[in-house]
Design a protein around this ligand. Structure first.
Ligand code: NAP
Length: 412
């Protein structure tokens, strides 16, 4: 096996794999270097196991609602370990399917930690590899706060390693991961507290979504502890944790503490400086719209770019990059505007485009039209919870190409 390639991807996550397979489809000689498990965060420690847990929470909710639909006597036992084992089998199948695809397209999978030697050379597994084009797709990793006792908590990676259902769990954070974990843990019967440092979670979302989610969480007795900023964690002799927060607040008798306060670039050991590639102030790899870094023939896609950390975005950017490089589609790049996103909270949230405030800031209040609706969906019309569904549609200008004809929406 020659160690010279047309294209090497550092990182076998969603972005690296998508770009590598696309390059191989165009007849290129391709390798992927991965220091951990094939599939990256999404498959192993993110979207995939999270979504399985979300479905488990949804099943628990349906069982709870079943009497309203005439079913009685439903008191099934729940086995966390069975769920985790089935989840892992599914993930193992995804690994096999990736390896099969690599084999089909003659992509070399190189286990090991990639390190730049220079702009054209990488070392991994005590070998040297050169390439015409190198992709950095190494993703991100969770942040743990720098406070005393933080090590008693786990991050989302540690959460997916739990073999037993936590009894009393505290989740610290206010973004996607925090609300997703809190939602399904609560549905699965854990005594769940969500500690947020301000007044609500998902503050960057349109207030209709974040406010309604907060309302639903509180209605469902999920403990949302606002303005709780941890400054110390103490482990008692019984192994339980007390989270001390600013202003003398305390959260006590916690079995499992999960930090979900954001993620940081994963470049440990990559020696990016030896390639000459510049990073931004936060340590992400700076790219232009074509995924070019500051060094010719070195590119970056996915979470490591610090922009729209979403799997489908990494996949789309990776595929476009390889089509541009190897299929003569010289102007091809991902349009990063209007990317839809889903939060797998309970209930889930979907959104695309600007928030109302962003639209007003961009176009002026008189140009922006807002349509809003709140109702009880048919499923919940029979259940005691009456979980509300809310929708918001924002249009701009006289033409209002979206919205004016939507029946059932009230113009505000
Ligand atoms: P995130 O979305 O960046 O949210 C982290 C939040 O935690 C911050 O916005 C902040 O909210 C709060 N926070 C930060 N530092 C804190 C501290 N020291 N103490 C308490 N709270 C703190 O991070 P994430 O949830 O880790 O997710 C990372 C990225 O992964 C997301 O941005 C998303 O792109 C991706 N992701 C996507 C999905 C999906 O598509 N469904 C699911 C999971 C992750 P406040 O400023 O409001 O306090």
């Amino acid at each position: 096996m020659s160690n010279h390639y047309d294209f090497i991807a550092c990182g076998a996550g969603s972005g690296g794999i998508a770009a590598a397979v696309q390059a191989a489809k165009h007849g290129k000689k391709v390798a992927v270097i991965e220091c951990s498990t094939i599939g990256g965060t999404c498959v192993n420690l993110g979207c995939v196991p999270k979504k399985i847990m979300w479905y488990a929470g949804a099943v628990a909710e349906v069982i709870e609602d079943a009497p309203a639909y005439g079913f009685s006597g439903l008191q099934p036992e729940f086995s966390w370990s069975k769920l985790v084992s089935n989840r892992q089998s599914y993930i193992n199948n995804i690994h096999k399917s990736y390896h099969k695809t690599f084999k089909k397209f003659n992509i070399d999978f190189i286990p090991g930690s990639a390190e730049f030697v220079d702009a054209k050379t990488l070392s991994a597994n005590n070998q040297s590899f050169t390439a015409e084009h190198i992709l950095i797709a190494t993703g991100t990793q969770p942040i743990i706060p720098a406070i005393p006792g933080a090590e008693y908590g786990i991050d989302s990676d540690g959460f997916f390693a739990l073999l037993e259902r936590p009894k009393r769990v505290a989740i610290v954070g206010a973004g996607y991961i925090a609300v997703e974990l809190a939602g399904f843990l609560h549905s699965l019967g854990c005594d769940t507290s969500l500690l947020i440092r301000r007044d609500k979670p998902l503050r960057s979302f349109d207030p209709l979504m974040s406010d309604t989610l907060l309302e639903i969480m509180q209605d469902h007795k999920l403990k949302v502890l606002t303005e709780h900023i941890p400054d110390k964690v103490i482990k008692g002799s019984d192994g339980r944790l007390t989270i001390h927060c600013q202003q003398d607040k305390q959260v006590t008798e916690i079995d499992t503490l999960v930090w979900a306060i954001g993620r940081k670039p994963r470049v440990d050991g990559l020696s990016v400086a030896k390639s000459g590639v510049e990073m931004d102030d936060l340590g992400y790899v700076a790219t232009d719209k074509f995924q070019n870094t500051t060094v010719k023939n070195i590119y970056a896609v996915g979470d490591i770019t610090g922009f729209k950390a979403l799997t489908p975005v990494a996949v789309a950017a990776g595929r476009r990059l390889s089509r541009r490089l190897f299929n003569n589609e010289t102007d091809l790049h991902l349009d990063y505007s209007n990317i839809a996103t889903v939060v797998f909270s309970h209930p889930p949230i979907g959104t695309v485009g600007l928030t109302e405030l962003q639209a007003i800031e961009k176009f002026g209040k008189e140009q922006v039209h807002v349509y809003q609706s709140r109702f009880t969906g048919m499923f919940d019309a029979l259940t005691p919870q009456r979980v509300p569904t809310v929708m918001k549609l924002i249009t701009m200008g006289d033409k209002e190409r979206i919205g004016r004809s939507s029946s059932g929406m009230t113009k505000y």
